[in-house]
Design a protein around this ligand. Structure first.
Ligand code: NAD
Length: 329
């Protein structure tokens, strides 16, 4: 049996749909390694229903007798959930209610991420890292990071990996090849239909994807919107939003951020790269290093790619404008 020190993983919204597809995979070692014990620190809202559901999930985790699950903490207190946590997976957020404007959703969720950003900065481990899934995830991570005085901005990421996985799968399907033949497909910008799945640099079997597909109109007019609106298509088909694939993408996101040399799409502080506004969190390719990641800045964008990036950047800047009061608080 392993003698490694357990890694503390805080998960918010742990009794939700994604939580139910995520926690068992973390506890089985799929995220941090098959020899790495974990302690799950699970946060839910303080309603009787949510806390009861959380307890039920914890009972099932217990019943799995996972050898790597060293301990569990169940709480409605962010300062308990994030205490000494090495990974902070911010999945929980408020869904858009009937008749609710997007601006209200941004502001309501923004408040959650102010409180959680503050708590993480105050009590999480010195090597704490944050991955935001709760939507609108690019703006939520920006709000959480704005609260941090101890932790640096590079510790805060948001998830665009589901979009990358969707984009790779759609290219493989169209070309009639294995998913393993598709590479270099990265997501730029917002986790929303404006995202740019950069097919212009993607490869299929080592060749440019556009050459292999041989149908530029399909790539521009069908493929891009299909990847961007895949979340809505899942809701339409399943009656529920994507949960298992989102949990899977979060496992990929964290695993690749802890695998030196992995190259993958992550939403990070843009620092003005690829024409994004300074300080918005935008998807882009990163390469994992021993201490964190470096953003890959070497891709040259053509006019079409630049126009797509400008569009998703405009949306990110608009979201930031909507929550500017929260950023200042
Ligand atoms: N980035 C992505 O690719 C991606 C993909 C799919 C879903 N999402 C988003 O992930 C989020 C969760 O999705 P889900 O299907 O699990 O939703 P869900 O409604 O089933 O679960 C969310 C859970 O979060 C909890 N919660 C709400 N506010 C909280 C808070 N302040 N602290 C702790 N817990 C809180 C709720 O009680 C609920 O149990 C949603 O915002 C969804 O839009 C993101």
């Amino acid at each position: 049996m392993t003698t490694k020190k357990p890694i503390r993983v805080a998960v918010t919204g742990a009794a939700g749909n994604i939580g139910y597809a995520l926690l068992f995979r973390i506890a089985s070692g799929e995220m941090l390694g098959k020899d790495q014990p974990v302690i799950l620190q699970l946060l839910e809202i303080p309603t009787e229903g949510a806390q009861k559901a959380l307890k039920g999930v914890a009972m099932e985790l217990e019943d799995c007798a996972f050898p790597l699950l060293a301990d569990m903490v169940l709480t409605d207190d962010a300062n308990v959930a994030f205490k000494d946590a090495n990974w902070n997976l911010l999945v929980g957020s408020k869904p858009r209610g009937p008749g609710m404007e997007r601006a209200d959703l941004l502001k309501d969720n923004g408040k959650i991420f102010i409180a959680q950003g503050k708590a993480i900065d105050a009590v999480a481990a010195d090597d704490a890292r944050v991955a935001v899934v709760g939507n609108p995830c690019n703006t939520n991570v920006m709000i959480a990071a704005a609260q941090a005085k101890r932790l640096t901005a590079d510790r805060f990421t948001a998830m665009v990996r589901l979009d990358e996985n969707r984009g790779r799968a759609q290219l493989a399907k169209k070309a009639g090849v294995s998913i393993n033949d598709v590479s270099d497909l990265f997501i730029y910008g917002n986790h929303s239909p404006t995202m740019f799945a950069d097919f212009t640099h993607a490869k299929i079997g080592g060749k440019p994807a556009a050459e292999v597909i041989g149908d530029e109109a399909w790539l521009k007019n069908d493929y891009l919107p299909a990847v961007g609106k895949r979340g809505a298509a899942i809701i339409e088909a399943r009656g529920l939003s994507s949960a298992a694939s989102a949990a899977n993408a979060l496992i990929d996101h964290v695993r690749d951020l802890t695998t030196v040399g992995a190259v993958h799409s992550v939403a990070v502080n843009s620092e003005g790269r690829y024409g994004f506004a300074e300080g918005v969190w935008a998807g882009m390719p990163v390469k994992t290093t021993a201490t964190g990641y470096e953003v890959i800045t070497s891709y040259e964008m053509d006019d079409f790619a630049k126009s797509k990036i400008a569009l998703t950047n405009d949306e990110l800047v608009g979201e930031r404008d909507t929550v500017k009061d929260l950023l200042a608080s």
